[in-house]
Design a protein around this ligand. Structure first.
Ligand code: UDP
Length: 352
């Protein structure tokens, strides 16, 4: 098939450091090429891919994240070429799917973000004119009345996450320093346990820097170590050495790539029950899921003592490997290119 993949223009594909969507797009584009498809990837020109690389920007547009002009220019450059493709797979923000709803070529839009009330209204307006896929069943249940092809979980490059059985003496927090991700709770947990905490992730907007200054900075140097944003290799080493990954999220995370990444390295995850967490972590098998932050310290000790690194690795490889994701998307592309009627395929689920 002739497939267009539209990545957001903000971060190169694959990312050198922070970047979730960009990893998914990278693995998918390469995987589709390996399966014989003619793939064109619209991404920043500093991306590396087996697909044909296109797009108006030579370099990633990270400093302009969220600005309308770069996003629109990037998306329209793909949609103006719609007749060259059998399907367009859009991972971009708002402009991409809006253009997709007017396109002749069948469009699949992967929902990578949360459903705010505005987002629900927007996607419902497009529904029936493009297809959607959710990245967790939880996410689909938050807005079940869209023209879905179903849920397709994100995947990770298992080989890029080396397994490490023998752990070092620290806990890990890895992610954005947004209030949504709860880094301050990880600090409290590590202090309660008297354990060393390594913290890595990005701080590149006002909300993240003020959260960091209030909830993390005052604790630095007292068993709490801040490493800044880390590269792919650094993150894999950090994940492998950690006794546990703390994932104290404060929002309905639609997927959360760091969970399978930790599991692949043989590291259990201790997470607050929210969003997709119960679909990714098997409670008592690959980590522990707790109802609130007060239960996290006890669960962390239980995870360190009881969770098998080998089981974590196997579970990640079986459930979150690239092959499964590529085959699922390939099936979705065939379905939408065959001209199936657009209608919701997700049953009405209990309100979450
Ligand atoms: N990440 C990274 N370096 C950092 C912080 C994060 O490589 O310093 C990666 C992390 O390993 C994951 C991605 O960025 O692959 C973030 O994706 P996730 O789904 O976990 O979070 P979100 O998209 O909500 O920020």
């Amino acid at each position: 098939m002739r497939i267009a993949q539209i990545a957001p223009p903000w971060i190169s594909v694959p990312p050198q450091g922070y970047g979730g969507i960009e990893w998914v797009v990278s693995l998918l584009a390469d995987g589709l090429v390996d399966r014989g498809h003619d793939v064109t990837l619209f991404a920043s020109g500093d991306s590396k891919t087996k697909a044909k690389l296109e797009g108006p920007f030579k370099t990633e547009q990270r400093s302009q994240i969220g600005d309308t002009f770069p996003d629109t220019l990037h998306a329209i450059s793909a949609y103006l070429r719609q007749d060259e493709f059998d399907v367009i797979h859009d991972h971009s923000g708002i402009i991409g799917p809006a253009l997709g709803a007017l396109a002749r070529t069948p469009v699949l839009h992967t929902l990578h973000g949360p459903f705010t009330e505005d987002a629900k209204r927007f996607y419902r307006t497009l529904s029936g004119n493009i297809w959607f896929n959710s990245i967790s069943d939880f996410q689909a249940a938050c807005c079940p009345d869209l023209s879905y092809v179903g849920t397709i979980y994100n995947s990770i490059d298992i080989d890029a996450h080396p397994f490490q059985e023998k752990k070092e003496d620290y806990l890990l927090y890895l992610g954005r320093f947004s209030a949504l991700k709860g880094a301050g709770i990880a600090v409290k947990v590590a202090k309660e346990l008297g354990m060393h905490l390594k913290m890595a992730g990005k701080i590149d907007n006002e909300e993240e820097s003020s959260y960091f200054n209030e909830h993390v900075r005052p604790h630095l140097g007292h068993g709490v170590e801040f490493l800044g944003e880390v590269t792919n290799q650094e993150k894999a080493m950090l994940l492998g050495g950690a006794k546990a990954l703390l994932f104290p999220i404060q929002w309905a995370e639609p997927f959360g790539l760091v969970m399978p990444e930790a599991m692949a390295c043989g590291t259990p995850v201790v997470a607050i029950r929210n969003g997709s967490v119960p679909e990714i972590i098997e409670d008592g098998v690959t980590g522990f899921i707790v109802d609130d932050e007060t239960q996290m310290a006890t669960a962390t000790i239980k995870a360190i003592e009881n969770i098998s690194p080998h089981v974590c690795r196997l579970n990640a490889a079986e459930r979150f490997g690239v092959e499964r994701m590529v085959v699922d998307y390939e099936a979705a592309f065939h379905r939408i290119a065959d001209g199936s009627p657009l209608q919701s395929t997700v049953p009405e689920l209990a309100q979450i």
